[in-house]
Design a protein around this ligand. Sequence first.
Ligand code: 5AD
Ligand code: SF4
Length: 465
Amino acid sequence: MIQKISQAELDRQQAYARAFSSLPDRPRTYHIVTYGCQMNAHDSEKLAGMLEDMGLTRAPTREEADFVLHNTCCIRDNAERKALGNVTWLKEIKKERPSLLIGVCGCMVQEKGMAERILNQYPFIDLAFGTGNLHELPGLLFRAAQERSRVVAVPQEQSTIAEGLPIRRESPYQAYVTIMYGCNNFCTYCIVPYVRGRERSRTPEDILRDVEGLVKAGTQEIMLLGQNVNSYGKELPGGWTFARLLSEAAKTGIPRIRFMTSHPKDLTDELIRVIADTPAVQRHFHLPAQSGSDRVLKAMNRYYNRAQYLDRARALREAVPDIGLTTDLIVAFPGETEAEFEDTLSLVETVDYDSAFTFIYSPRVGTPAAALPDQIPPDVAAERIDRLIKAQEKHTEARLNSLIGTRQEVLVTDRSRRDETMMTGKCGRNININFEGAPGDLGRILPVQVTSAGKTTLRGIRLED
Ligand code: 5AD
Ligand code: SF4
């Protein structure tokens, strides 16, 4: 049974938020630095919502803020080092401006032993909390600001869901909607299940209420978020599946729906049918393969082999011929031989992805793979990822070129960074298209004809709608 954070607890935090605004020496401005995935980006929107509820206003840079909060990631060693490096950088600013409050939250803080490490090795961090007590920010910041003493609070267990937190969304056109928290899969390389806890699905009522609110507010696109959206609803009563949730979400009238991330083992034919039959669901599917080798997939505890993965990719393409597939791939998993790596290379050749995120395996303390023998030397790993990136680049180029001459619907979200008259946005396949337009186009879904392809983006001309 999933437990929601009680109304009494949410009220208690609200009371802290109100009390905070009468503290004389309170921080007035905040800046959040976010690392990692969309889930973290969305958590930062909730953190910003709570801070603004407490009367703080956003500072455009870290240097100008009274309170700097780092929302961290620990999926790979470099994510962690980057966050700790940036936190340490602020130590110098704090020397000149002792009133600066430094906070750290998110996945890294939730790691085993990290709370002690922060207390002992990072004495300039004023406030630290985990992903499991994000909703307690008002009370924790109140204490840090009132007592000017260090506050470190990390829950052991993560078995709850916080509904109704204020959200300060980054974009008026696109919105993240979390549908589930945590992960039960325990892939042997991955730290996520340890820092985000077990799978907890939000109720369809809560999710659909959010989506209806977004439709009313004019949002054009939602991204449904979860570590493994395909297992949505397994622990809910009423036979809910992700496929059913997706078709219900489409009935709200939201123009575009995306979702992230899917596990191939749970990709059902029912879901593929719903994608094919629901125009609002965009023609992009991120299907992390991780490896093309059966032995490595087994050692990763992925619950599928190469043939089963290829069958899912084929089924998607058969039902939705214009779907763009993307993936995540890890090279140099412990014990990966040259021949096993070549199986991953050949998977890339076979599936013909639009694009791929490629990672060098990074040992995470406490995960089974970190204790395996035969860790791969860095020079071999570097050489493998290089070859993999080059192999995928050819496919990305060919895929983008194959779209020249096609008509694509673009949700216009930005002006091009390089040229002010150029507008930019993503087509259904999740590829950026630049075209000549006007600022009034922002937030609209416009038809664009693709005229040329770059390395990772497309260029086009606007068609009459
Ligand atoms: N090392 C390298 N890559 C990892 N990922 C997850 N854990 C690790 C790790 N320890 C990758 C996987 C996952 C993506 C989000 O990050 O490919 O799909
Ligand atoms: Fe990590 Fe695997 Fe869960 Fe994804 S499915 S979050 S890779 S354990």
